[in-house]
Design a protein around this ligand. Sequence first.
Ligand code: NAD
Length: 458
Amino acid sequence: MIPKTVDIQKEKAIKNQQSALSARTKKLEQLKEWIRSNQKEIEKALYADLHKPAAEVAVTETSFVVMEINAALKNLAKWTAPVKVKQPIHMLGTQAYIQAEPKGAALIISPWNYPFNLTVAPLVSAISAGCSACLKPSEHSPHTAALLRRMVTELFAVEDVAIFEGGIPVTKELLEQPFDHIFFTGSTDVGKIVMKSAAKNLASVTLELGGKSPVIIDQGFDLQDAAKKIAIGRFINSGQTCIAPDYLFVHESQKDDFIEALKHQVNGMYNANGKGFDRSADYGRAINAQHILRLQNLLNDAQTKGAHVEFGGKSSLDNQFMEPTVVSQVSEEMTLMKEEIFGPILPVITYHQLDDVIQLIRLKPKPLAVYLFTTEDMVTEKLRKNTSSGALVVNDCAIQFLHSELPFGGIGASGMGRSHGHAGFMAFSNVKSVLKQRTGHTLPKLLYPPYGLKTSGI
Ligand code: NAD
């Protein structure tokens, strides 16, 4: 079943290359309409999988995908138009242009944390580029996966878009197939497995991975402003966001005030009715009890090694729940400073000099993002020039994802390749160089033997 689907999808991608753009536009418009008319169903599925509030679904899952569709519809003619290039002097008389064409059949493997967005947004890029695609949603968000199956079945022929649900065995079988491009969103460890498999068929890859994105508050910055933005960046979706601030640096003179400000903001956002975070309609849940166990272990390990819980810390396996939690007195030997936390725990570290912060960030693998709160351009420049990351965001957290003109992605352990908007379209496109020589004309004669006494004159 899987090999046959990939075969027919490869054929279809070639046909897409020949057919009018209106075919892609039609698919994108149908997808947009499906999302509009199924918004309530999408909300229900995401509530069942992750306890996501409807407003959060609108902002972080569906509106973003619709924005991606709108950007593609607006720009598709421009993105797919041939781009003429100038002729260098030794090529005078030739004509040349660059043409984006579909890479072919694509595999899109997605995670469970934003399971609608992270499956459908890459699909928008694939359709825009003219690729056919197989989708493999996460087995840990089954309600959304079932809804995605319905979406694919209602909207697309198998030769255009197919969906395969399941866990590791299904993904392994898919990874054996000769796809032309693999777009993977998930953990760094599985990213390595994907890249190794892609090498067997020399498929190109986009890897949207995880990691530890630091946040730094420059001395003197408005703490309520920083706390408000950090609270949502860290605790939205119960901390299960790839670009969430993972650990935080605050100047030693502002630590206590910052923690107070953060506590105030967190309570205002996620415990507004005062009945507790576990009874808040606005606070999410972990994807499963296993993840709560993992977070409890992180917290226990940190506390055993001397960390102090500033607030939060309560959790329940039955309820798949952990309170927004802030810990201080953390050190590098604690597991929560070594692994991506991916849950509602924020370690707070104090600093004396910004240079020490830069050194600590550089000791870790390159993150998806560095977040900085400062009013000084010189500090921004210092961070930009001395650290490497997929993005640098100043005075906010995680909002770079929503900016469709900004390529999104990581570097090194946090990923490779870019998505969203034009960058997403390019991820699924082959840049073909087309060169036309005039009949009867040649490049300089030097190229043609017999060389005899000709010497280099180029
Ligand atoms: P994951 O790597 O466990 O799973 C992602 C996908 O890979 C799933 O579809 C899963 O079925 C499949 N998979 C899992 N193990 C596999 C294996 N051994 N062989 C083949 N396929 C396998 O990730 P997750 O737990 O679903 O998601 C969390 C991770 O994703 C975090 O690290 C997070 O930072 C990252 N993430 C990154 C981005 C981004 O845009 N950079 C976005 C969201 C999540």
